[in-house]
Design a protein. Structure first.
Ligand code: FES
Length: 164
């Protein structure tokens, strides 16, 4: 993680204390986690005690102090989704990616999380991939969805290789 990138994010948001959360959100979005160095840089540049920056970073579930994957998969385990088969969908994702909730695949492509009721129970069971809702999920639909993401990443990586 380059600290010049962190500095740019701070410059964009300003150093007023009220900018702390927007800054942490921007860093999380850009780097998929909040590193120790990034938090120290934020504390120093904004003249805020490091403990206060950590307090904000650990208060919100959205923030992660360890690297997250490129793609975030959230499986709803609320009651309606649960009775419609969410546990089976979750099991399939775990089996396919070899990770448990709150873990990230070795290739840093996917992070898996569980959530409680996304407010769209009629579509259950639901998973959210990178903020996009996918309803009426089944084991075979999950397989196809993950494969399509992997394929897309493969194409992207090939394209990147050609550029270098
Ligand atoms: S229980 Fe899953 S959206 Fe409500």
């Amino acid at each position: 993680m380059e600290l010049s990138g962190i500095q740019k994010i701070i410059e964009k948001n300003g150093t007023h204390r009220s900018a702390l959360i927007p800054i942490l959100l921007d860093i999380q979005d850009e780097y998929h986690f909040l590193s120790r160095d990034a938090l120290a840089c934020v504390a120093q540049t904004m003249d805020i005690a490091l403990v206060d920056v950590y307090r904000a970073a650990t208060f919100y579930k959205y923030f992660s102090l360890v690297p997250k994957g490129e793609h975030l998969i959230q499986v709803c385990l609320g009651t309606a989704c649960h009775v419609r088969g969410a546990p089976g969908v979750l099991n399939e994702i775990q089996r396919k990616l070899h990770i448990k909730p709150r873990e990230t695949t070795e290739d840093k492509l996917f992070t898996l999380e569980t959530v409680n009721c996304l407010g769209a129970c009629a579509m259950g069971p639901i998973i959210v991939m990178d903020e996009e809702y996918h309803g009426q999920m089944t084991v075979s639909k999950v397989d196809k969805l993950i494969e399509s993401f992997k394929k897309h990443e493969g194409i992207t990586k090939d394209e990147q290789d050609k550029k270098h």
